[in-house]
Design a protein around this ligand. Structure first.
Ligand SMILES: Nc1ncnc2c1ncn2[C@@H]1O[C@H](COP(=O)(O)OP(=O)(O)OP(=O)(O)O)[C@@H](O)[C@H]1O
Length: 333
């Protein structure tokens, strides 16, 4: 069995603001194995950053226990800090400093010599596509370069586990995909364990081996992206009636498909859930034909992580600032 790099039980944090109590995290259990890339997904205010700040010793839990990188969070926070890297949402580099100096200064805090830190820093710059930027000030870098510099700072002391808080927020799609490659390379080439928070469903889907979904301070689901999607069950069927007055009849036929759940009708669009999209499509086309009903579009798609999220939290991640789910394939009728 792979060794466990994070093992947390009942981790909780309550904030007290004047007389009000905010239960930001209420009893989180989580396990992360060595070499995993785990995504921590949740809407705004769900408790992601608070959990991360507890696991990285920046915030004391109100309750619960955890070992992180083999050290107890409460009794050996210094041991935890030595073994982990943490890249916060805002990053940690001063805009006026020289990039290389920032990295070396950070390494010196961990007891590395300047020579050792420079060598390792230059190697990291090369791995993270920052060649030629050693003397550059962060304020004169692109958003993607600055984010990769934050990651270089977080990795300079060769941590076995790195926490990334929303690593790609604010980056353009190309810079995001580029950073995903670098995060994958960390695991492939160094065996680094990565625990990251994200708002982006496509990021969690493309990058993470496993996803934990947090809402209102508790973990409400976990699994591989495919496992989570299969929890929703079946396929999503969308049919658009050509004539508005026939939409209700189209909905009736969709609802009558074997194993179908009652469909939703949104203007002329009928959205249903069926156990097997492919089979249902064939039956539906026949039934529509026999009833003389015209449709302008008909599609079947696998549930997206957004469908999972909607089912679990009653909110769409898209509404809470996430990226749109990939577009479904349209099958012209
Ligand atoms: N220092 C604090 N004092 C009081 N309440 C806080 C504090 N920090 C966080 N909270 C509250 O705790 C809850 C969880 O916040 P947290 O930042 O962990 O959420 P999040 O999932 O990281 O959100 P986001 O995606 O917006 O970053 C929120 O209701 C937030 O307002």
């Amino acid at each position: 069995m792979l060794s466990r790099v994070i093992h947390a039980r009942g981790l909780a944090r309550t904030f007290r603001k004047r007389k009000e109590e905010v239960h930001a995290v209420v009893g989180v259990d989580l396990d992360v194995s060595a070499g995993e890339i785990v995504g921590f997904l949740g809407p705004n205010g769900a408790g992601k950053t608070t959990t991360l700040r507890m696991l990285t010793t920046l915030l004391e839990p109100t309750a619960g226990t955890a070992t992180v990188a083999g050290c107890d969070l409460r009794t050996d926070p210094v041991g935890v800090r030595r073994r982990i890297g943490y890249v916060s949402q805002s990053g940690s580099t001063a805009p006026e400093a020289r990039a290389g100096e920032e990295v070396v200064d950070h390494a010196r805090l961990y007891g590395m010599s300047t020579a050792e830190a420079t060598e390792r820093g230059k190697q990291l710059f090369s791995e993270l596509d920052l060649d030629g930027l050693w003397e550059r000030q962060p304020k004169a870098m692109s958003g993607g370069q600055r984010r990769r510099l934050d990651i270089a700072v977080g990795l300079i002391h060769v941590p076995e586990l790195v926490f990334l808080d929303e690593p790609t927020t604010g980056l353009d799609p190309q810079a995001r995909a580029n950073l995903w490659d670098h995060i994958r390379a960390l695991r492939e080439e160094r065996g680094t364990t990565v625990f990251l928070t994200t708002h982006y469903l496509d990021e969690a889907d493309a990058l993470c081996d496993r996803i934990l979904v947090i809402d209102h301070g508790s973990i409400v689901a976990e699994g591989t992206p495919d496992q989570l999607k299969s929890q929703v069950g079946g396929d999503v069927l969308t049919v658009t009636a050509e004539r508005p007055e026939e939409a209700a009849e189209v909905a009736r036929l969709v609802g009558a498909l074997p194993g179908a759940e009652p469909p939703q009708l949104v203007e002329t669009r009928v959205i249903g859930r069926v156990p097997h999209g492919g089979r249902a499509l064939v039956e539906l086309v026949r039934a529509l034909d026999a009833a003389g009903l015209a449709v302008s579009g008909i599609e079947s798609r696998r549930p997206s992580l957004d469908d999972v999220f909607l089912g679990l939290t009653g909110r769409s991640l898209r509404e809470s600032g996430g990226a749109p789910a990939p577009a479904p394939e349209e099958v012209p009728a």
